[in-house]
Design a protein. Sequence first.
Length: 151
Amino acid sequence: MHEQNPALGLVHVLRAVTVEFDLLGAEFAARHGLHPTDVRALIHLLDATRAGTRATPGWLGEQLRLHSAGTTALIDRLERLGLVRRSRDTADRRRVLLEVEEKATELGWAFFGPVIGEVLAAAEGFEAAELETVRRFLTSVLESVGRARSA
């Protein structure tokens, strides 16, 4: 058996983790009558909230690479399900902002909370410097994938 490149081994583990998270997301979507794109939209909106980004329909469409009509249909569906709400921007009344409803957060925590708990427990076995190395590596991978997607 030949010796495997350690970096390539990381790629394989990262791919396996990505597949497992994708399957978990698909199970969440199916359980709640959502499309996988709906789940990605909710993730983007939650990330925007954490980052302090004011999410608009146009912004969300760019993140998901959807055209205007597709984005509107997706937001309408999420709003109808009580997962997202539209509101007017107080600074610019022409602009619509998107916010995740508490119901969506509760559904997410009920489903993904145990996995998040296990990941946090696994992280406890690592030193702070090791976790920082993992964070830097994953951030670099994320940037690499972003460059490949925009090429």
